[in-house]
Design a protein. Sequence first.
Length: 100
Amino acid sequence: MAARQNAFMDDCMASGFGAYFAIPLLRQRLEDLAGGDPKKFSEEQAIQAVTDAMRQLYYRDCRACNTYQLAIVRSTGAEVRGPLKLESDWSVAEYVSGYE
């Protein structure tokens, strides 16, 4: 039986809930800030986009924690930051109805 191989290429990658909620946000940021060209997307812009995506995931998942680690991979090596804590604002929760 021949080995099965899959190839996947994209400018953004996520798994699980991130595939549903984070990928659209990351793709939109890449398009808005760098015209869709990852080479024009600065490291600071990428970190901010990932932070915003993590915040969105935190708000959307009732079992999520607001701490995470961020890995940055460069041609010179890798760096892991964290644990980082997301700033959150639950003041809008009082306006949500229908879950009583």
